[in-house]
Design a protein around this ligand. Structure first.
Ligand SMILES: Nc1ncnc2c1ncn2[C@@H]1O[C@H](COP(=O)(O)OP(=O)(O)OP(=O)(O)O)[C@@H](O)[C@H]1O
Ligand SMILES: [Mg+2]
Length: 258
């Protein structure tokens, strides 16, 4: 159930680190209600792409559009103001704090929530988890240290979607999880799409991707080498694109094409 204009679009985005061309003229887009998988081998440029979206790295050239309008994202605050939230692989939850404290952590100043009382915060956290059908966390006053990997991932996702987000980016959300917990998180990813969010899912696990993604963008050596509809492709075709997708020539880096 995707709609019209992409929420987020990259046009011809390039980014290099010294001699390394991490991204070369990459086009990428994601719409409301769409789960877009971003795949590619190690070093393909996936993390660099999302860090450009997050404003952590400035882009060298190209354009980022939000709701069809060019935007300049200079840092995580700009990204958050647009409603772009990223759940990084290392989760960045504080073990010694409880679920509610974690979900409000770092938001107090920006959202003027210092005055929100504990009861309201607790209710808001519980409500968000419930809206995502996260039912296995018994108490939102439990410290995060006592949660399973899947529950932690759910809290990190809930934290990301609690702030009127429009785009949620998940970097390898199931990498450290067992079978049952992976299932739990994949269900959550599906639900985010169903609730109308634009979701970008980075994963090396094609099985997971084929379970939840609507579309798949393949990066290889910093280039977009293919975009496929999940229902119109196969894991084998995606693997072929990841390992041997056709590249255009990067000026000064002819060896990458050989
Ligand atoms: N801060 C940096 N400084 C220099 N080079 C970098 C930096 N970040 C990434 N690179 C290089 O850019 C290229 C793309 O890296 P990136 O981390 O985006 O890949 P990735 O697709 O996320 O890989 P992985 O699946 O291993 O996480 C690699 O060649 C990497 O070495
Ligand atoms: Mg990476």
């Amino acid at each position: 159930m995707t709609t019209g204009t992409p929420v987020l679009e990259l046009r011809g985005v390039s980014k290099s680190f010294g001699a390394v061309q991490a991204l070369y003229q990459v086009d990428f887009h994601v719409s409301a209600g769409e789960v877009m998988a971003l795949v590619g081998d190690n070093g393909a440029g996936k993390s660099t792409l999302i860090k450009c979206i997050a404003g952590i790295y400035p882009i060298d050239s190209g354009q980022i559009l939000f709701d069809g309008k060019p935007v300049h994202i200079h840092g995580p605050k700009d990204a958050a103001a647009l409603g772009i939230e990223i759940v990084y692989q290392d989760l960045a939850l504080a073990d010694n704090l409880d679920v509610v404290q974690n979900m409000f952590l770092g938001r107090e100043e920006t959202q003027g929530l210092l005055r929100l009382d504990e009861t309201k915060m607790e209710a808001r956290a519980a409500e968000t988890l419930k809206s995502l059908s996260v039912t296995t966390i018994r108490s939102v006053r439990q410290t995060v240290a006592g949660l399973s990997g899947g529950q932690r991932q759910s809290v990190a996702v809930a934290k990301a979607v609690m702030w009127n987000s429009r785009v949620v980016i998940l970097d390898e959300p199931t990498a450290a999880l067992g079978v049952a917990q992976t299932r739990q998180v994949l269900e959550l990813v599906k639900r985010l799409g169903e609730q109308g969010l634009a979701v970008i899912l980075i994963s090396h696990n094609l099985h997971d991707i084929f379970e939840v993604a609507d579309n798949i963008t393949v990066l290889r050596l910093g280039q977009n080498v293919g975009e496929m509809k999940r229902t119109e492709t196969t894991q084998q075709k995606v693997v072929e694109a990841i390992t041997a997708g056709a590249l255009s020539e990067v000026p000064g880096q002819a060896e990458a094409v050989a």
